[in-house]
Each structure stands twice: as C-alpha cells, then as structure tokens.
Design a protein. Structure first.
Length: 623
C-alpha cells in the first residue's frame, strides 16, 4: 500500500474512532445532525496531524514498540487538534470530553491493530497465531534446530528473515531456569542450559532429536566442555553460531549461520573490540599487505576490505595462495579496487618498484618464514626472508611515502633460542629504525601462536587424529599462548590503529594480550575428545623430545623490556635502554653470509646481533 493509501486509512480510522467514542461515551443517536460532522472534523484533524508528522512512513509489516508510541502521540495530537477546531466550529459535541477520550483510545487500538495484522500477514503467522493454542510442531522436512542463548538474543534471532524456511526450531535453552515453559515467538523454553543433556534425551525420546545446535553467544559454548561437544559432533549434530564482530557486513539471518570451527572450540572466549578505530585507520586509504595469501595475511585482507579501504594491494610469492585470496576478495567485495602482485620480498628492486607504483598509505608486512624446525634447518633462507625482506619492504614503504608501516612479529622473538625467533627479533629492530623523523609511523605487533595458521600445531594434530594416531608432541610440559586467526588480526589492526592515533610514535613493541598459556598436551587431549574419542584409549599420545631451537614456554616481553597497558587487549613492551642501531655494514655482512650459504656464519652473526639487542644497558648495547 502506498503512502496516500496509508494516510486515507488513518483518516478513515480516525472518523470511525470518533463515532465509536461517542457511542461509548453518550450512546448512539443517529438522529443527531452533528454526529457525522463531528466525526468528519475528527478525521480532518487526523489528516492534519498525518501531514505534519508523517506517521505513514513507518512500514506496517515492521511495527515495533517505537511505532506504537508514535501511534499514541499521533492520536493524542489528533484529539487536541479536534478539541481546538470543535470549540471554534462545532461546539455542541455530544459527550464532550468523554467522547474525545474514548475516541483517543479507540484510534490507538485501531491503528495498532492495523499494523499488527499487516505484520502478521507479512510473516505468514496470522492464522497460526489466531488458531494455534500450543507451540507449533517441528516441520518434518526441515532440519531441527535447538537454540542456546538468552531470551533476548533468541527473540532477536527468531525475527530474522528466512529462518522458518531453513530450520524447524524445536526449543530454546536459556541461562535462567525460571524461564522454563515460556514461549518466545512460538518457540518453547525447554529449560536452563545446565539441563542440556536431559533436554536432549527428552527430545530424542519424542523423536525430535536436533540436527543442529545454535549457540547465540560464546559463554555457553565455552562452558560445555570438549567431551560433550565431541560427543555431539560424533553423533552428527552440527554446532552453529552467528557471525561475530570480525565478520563484518553479515546480518543475523538464518543464511548467515555457519559451522563452529575446531579452532573456536579450542580457544578461550575471544576479546571483543570496537571496530570503529580500525575503520578510522583504513577507511579511504590505500593499503598494501605482504604475505597476503598466508593465514594471517589473508585475514588481514578480509578485515581491511570490510573496513572500507580505498584500494588494496595483495602481495605474495606463492602463486596459488595469491590466486585464492585475490579471488575471494573479488567475490566478497567486488566494488573494492585492488591489485594482486606476485612478488618475493627478498627481491629489493622488485619491491621498490611495486611500492613506488602503488603508493600505499599503510603497509602491513606479514610475509615471513615461520616454521621453527624448517627455518632451523635453513637459516640462510630465514635471514633472507625475515630479516632482509623486512628491510626491503620497510625501505620501499618509506621511499613511497607511506604514512604507516606495521610488522607482524612473534613471541618467539623474545629470548630467542631458534633461528626463526632470532630473525624476527632482528626484523623488529630493523623495522623500527625506519620510523621517526615525522615521515613514516612504524608499529611492531608481537603475538603468540594462532590456532589454524600455517605454522600451528593444530593442523598436524588434526591429521594425526584422522589417521588413527598417534598424536606426537615434543614434551608434556610445553605450553604456548593461543588465539584464533580473526581475533589475532583484529587485535593487530586495533594495535596499529591505536598507535596511529597517538600523538607520539610507539616507544616499544606492541604485544597482544593472549590470556593464559595452554599446555600442548591438554590441547591434544581436547582435540581428541572433540572427535568423540578417548585420549590414551582410542588415540595414543606419544612424547618425542624437544627439537632444536624449541622452548618449553614462550613469553611476550623480554628481560630488557618493561610492559604497560596500551589499550584493550594491547600491551606495549618498551626497552629499558635505547636499542642499538643496526648499521648497513652489519646487514651487508649478514646478507653476504646468507647468499653464500654460510650457515655457521649466519648463525654466529645473527645470535651475536640478538645479544646486543637484548642488552639491558646502553653501554652493552653499543659494544
């Protein structure tokens, strides 16, 4: 119905409201000549109010509490306008104030009923709501869904379009036991969350076993435990959730539901961040990401694209990885101008030409060799990529006039015992040397292990469990910090945004608050349980011994650094003494040894340089 039709309907209902109001207030007297005149004047008053306040602009099918308040305001203004006009033109209103009050109430009821009826028709629930006395049975042709979350979250979700076309909701579990038996938009609250097992048995006995369980919040999920979740997965029950904060642009529709990943089941409750600072950093800017096809780089590209970048340049040395992320960005954000560049960061001339052509405002350097054992066996390649590659990208970014340069580092750079950790510690120092001078702001972000990344132990454990074991780990006491890829990247972006917004450049390295470290053996046990298996019985856990360069524990702050909170989820690790500057001669010597394949010379020079960087006094640092 168009707006003119809505206005006509509102005016007619006002006319009818006055007639009904007079009947209620003074009785019906059809012979009274002023009856229709007063009703017409009341309708005219409603018409004037409609023209002034445009009540018809609110779609009837989306009526909400705020719309009912506007209806009451409109009816009150209509009654007031009529009172003024009637005093001037038709003062002999039968019933007087009682008629006007009755008409006011009736008009509210008629306008509200019109909208509620229209929305019920739109949602296809009018006949069902009028005739059904009990909650509707599950549709036999649709997968059955059990919802877990608060009543408010469930009500919001159940209003989402397309839900009834994809799932048959069989019930709801909430944190409050007192809500048991309540009905929320036709779905019954079957009990409290802690009665989950009992509710599942009841549904199974009634032939209504759910094919999927939807978690509307992370808190209930984290309380379920790996064994119970593993049992559900082994029984074929899908575990679903809605999109989170970092999955921007998706609404709470049924189509947006997705399977909960293994990494999410293993991690703690994620840090929740306001995306506004990241949007302020990226929106309208030209952004370049190296290592764009990797696990961290690809997620950086996704979140940068979702934050409204003006242009995105994707750089990677892997043809396959670059092709996949470029296609994904093209499909998800087709309007975003972008360029894919097949480029190795070790090629200084190519990197310089590329950045000079792209003129990025912000550069995220995620390209690196990250497997500890692999870099340990190939130290020359580790130096050429992690150390010299960082120098090449930072130098080219500064020459191209970039405003911000961000290096993705690792907790293995703290007190490094491996070649990989040592190369990243030197890379941190090199990157920071290109900052300052009022030209390019440099930020180094250091964090621990990322669940599901290319260098994570999780894919290894998953493969070992799939083939029946054994699951191998180096030591029962090894523990690491963990977070999911989207969470790590959102924190990286937040840290860089925070640094960019500060008046002074960062005094140290930005580290991410990773929570408590996790024992790798506990991680292995949980992964086995999440497959519905028993550790030690169905799958053996075998200890193999520490590998070269591997430590039992990792830290995010070194002995020569002091930590202070920077913002939510971000800590700044500041050196206690000014770090030494790595001169060109030192880098040239390291580069010559790496190119020559002198592994002994590379290790000796690399760790000597790390010792200088980790010194706690300025005198030792400059020695």
């Amino acid at each position: 119905m168009g707006r003119a039709g809505k206005i006509a309907a509102h005016v007619f209902l006002a006319f009818l409201a006055l007639l009904i109001g007079q009947v209620l207030a003074a009785g019906l007297d059809t012979d009274r000549p002023g009856l229709l005149a007063h009703a017409g004047l009341y309708a005219l008053s409603a018409f004037v109010v409609e023209l002034l306040f445009r009540l018809e602009r609110a779609p009837w099918r989306f009526v909400a509490a705020a719309d009912h308040l506007r209806i009451a305001r409109s009816a009150a203004l209509t009654a007031l306008t009529f009172s003024l006009l009637a005093r001037l033109f038709l003062p002999d209103l039968d019933g007087g104030l009682r008629t006007i009050l009755a008409a006011f109430v009736v008009q509210i009821g008629l306008l509200a009923a019109l909208r509620v009826g229209r929305r019920a028709l739109h949602e296809g629930v009018l006949a069902e709501a009028l005739l059904r006395l009990r909650p509707a049975p599950a549709h036999p042709a649709l997968p059955r869904l059990l919802i877990i979350g608060t009543a408010a979250e469930a009500e919001t979700f159940l209003r989402a379009p397309g839900l009834t076309e994809r799932y048959a909701v069989v019930g709801l579990l909430t944190p409050e036991a007192r809500e048991t038996g309540d009905e929320i938009r036709g779905v019954c609250v079957l009990g409290a969350i802690d009665r989950f097992d009992a509710v599942m048995r009841q549904l199974s006995d009634g032939g209504l076993s759910p094919a999927a369980v939807l978690f509307l919040a992370e808190a209930p999920l984290s309380a379920f435990g790996a064994e119970r979740l593993g049992r559900l997965k082994s029984e074929g029950v899908r575990l679903l959730r809605r999109p989170g904060v970092v999955e921007m642009g998706e609404g709470p529709t049924a189509a947006a539901l997705r399977e909960i990943s293994l990494e999410e089941l293993l991690s703690r409750a994620p840090v929740r961040l306001d995306p506004a600072p990241v949007r302020a950093l990226v929106s309208g800017r030209r952004v370049l990401v190296t290592g764009a096809g990797g696990s961290i780089g690809s997620e950086l590209c996704r979140q940068i694209a979702a934050s409204g970048a003006a242009h995105l340049t994707l750089v990677d040395a892997s043809e396959a990885n670059l092709f996949l992320i470029d296609r994904e960005i093209a499909e998800a954000w087709p309007q975003l101008p972008r360029r894919e560049a097949l480029c190795d960061v070790r090629d200084a001339d190519h990197v310089t030409r590329l950045l000079a052509a792209e003129q990025p405002d912000i550069v995220f350097h995620a390209a690196a060799l990250k497997h500890v054992p692999m870099v340990e066996n190939h130290p020359c390649e580790g130096v050429r990529t992690n150390v010299l590659g960082t120098r090449n990208v930072a130098s080219a970014a500064k020459a191209a006039g970039a405003a911000h340069f961000a290096l993705i580092s690792t907790d293995k750079a703290v007190a490094p015992s491996s070649v990989m950790g040592a190369t990243k510690r030197v890379a941190e120092a090199i990157a920071r040397q290109f900052g300052g001078g009022g030209q390019m702001r440099v930020g180094v972000v250091r964090f621990g292990n990322v669940l599901g990344s290319a260098g994570s132990v999780v894919p290894v454990f998953r493969h070992q469990i799939a083939r029946g074991g054994p699951v191998t780990l180096t030591d029962a006491n090894v523990e690491r910090y963990f977070m999911t890829i989207p969470e790590a990247v959102s924190l990286v972006l937040r840290a860089v945004a925070q640094s960019a917004a500060d008046a002074a450049p960062p005094a140290g390295v930005l580290t991410l608050e990773m929570g408590e470290p996790v024992k790798i053996i506990d991680l292995a046990r949980r992964m086995i349980e999440l497959q519905g298996l028993t550790p030690g019985k169905d799958i053996e856990i075998r200890i193999t011994g520490l590998r070269p360069g591997e430590k039992l524990t990792e830290a995010l702050v070194d002995v020569n650094e002091t930590a202070a909170p920077k913002s939510a989820g971000v800590v700044e690790a500041t050196p206690v003494a000014p770090p030494p500057r790595i001169d060109e001669a030192t880098l040239a010597g390291l580069e010559a040894a790496a190119i020559a394949g002198d592994e002994f010379g590379v290790r000796a020079q690399l760790f000597a340089l790390v010792e200088r960087l980790r010194s706690t006094t300025a005198e030792t640092a400059q020695a």
